[in-house]
Design a protein around this ligand. Structure first.
Ligand SMILES: *[C@@H]1O[C@H](CO)[C@@H](O)[C@H](O)[C@H]1NC(C)=O
Ligand SMILES: [Cu+2]
Length: 230
């Protein structure tokens, strides 16, 4: 009986290998689990967010506050990475978002609620005999802190949208985390178009409700705004 149960469990894990983002790589060093990333509600289950109107969309936190996460120093223009454990197994778009701490707040105290978010990176699929996203199968996901944002405290949010079962509303699976950063050496001002998360997506957005297998789409536009360009 026990052996059978274990086999069934293994089979279900293998079939649905979700992932979490609990580390970053900064200055070539991988940070410890949840050291500078706020602990997510799926830290054990690896399960995704499927309701894009849910409060879990902000940072998918297990609890409110910083959850003990530390804030790490980066410079504007620096290349860093998020790490997916074990890897991004599902097909779909990857994006990174930032939110500057409101006046009087820090990366540690801010909630990420309200219109504070802007997208800094978006990937796109190649379209040929099926859609292929560059993140699929990767565990280290690179990004560059924009040069043209003001110095200060930020949340850095990763969002991967898995589209393997997204043909009906609510079928897209979102994997999300937020890291705490202090950016130095920045310039300019925060982008004028800021989004609320949740709020930026509707459950019926075409980028979230799509059958990527049949008929194979001839184009794909991810949901939400275009990323910031400096
Ligand atoms: C971040 O930089 C500030 C200012 O230089 C410094 O005081 C602080 O110790 C740094 N934090 C870390 C975690 O290195
Ligand atoms: Cu999955």
């Amino acid at each position: 009986m026990k052996a059978t149960a274990a086999l069934v469990l293994l089979a279900s894990v293998a079939v649905d290998a979700h992932y979490v983002f609990k580390n970053t790589v900064i200055d070539g060093t991988k940070t410890g689990d949840w050291v500078n990333v706020r602990k997510t509600a799926n830290f054990q289950s690896n399960a995704p967010v499927t309701d894009v109107t849910s409060a879990q969309m902000t940072c998918y936190q297990l609890a409110t506050g910083s959850e003990g996460a530390e804030t790490v120093n980066v410079t504007a223009g620096q290349k860093i990475s998020y790490v997916a454990t074990a890897s991004v197994t599902h097909p779909g778009p990857l994006s990174f978002w930032m939110a500057k701490a409101p006046d009087g707040e820090t990366a540690s105290s801010m909630t990420g609620k309200g219109p504070v978010w802007f997208k800094i990176y978006q990937d796109y699929p190649t379209v040929a005999a099926g859609l292929k996203w560059p993140s699929q199968g990767k565990s280290v996901l690179d990004l560059t802190i924009p040069k043209c944002i003001p110095s200060g405290d930020y949340l850095l949010r990763v969002e991967h949208i898995a589209l393997h079962s997204a043909s009906a509303v609510g079928g897209a699976q979102l994997y999300i985390s937020c890291a705490q950063l202090t950016v130095s050496g920045g310039s300019g001002s925060v982008p004028s178009a800021l989004e609320s998360i949740p709020g930026v997506y509707k459950p019926t957005d075409p980028g979230l409700v799509v059958n990527i297998y049949y008929p194979v789409p001839t184009n794909y536009k991810p949901p939400g705004p275009d990323p910031l360009t400096c």
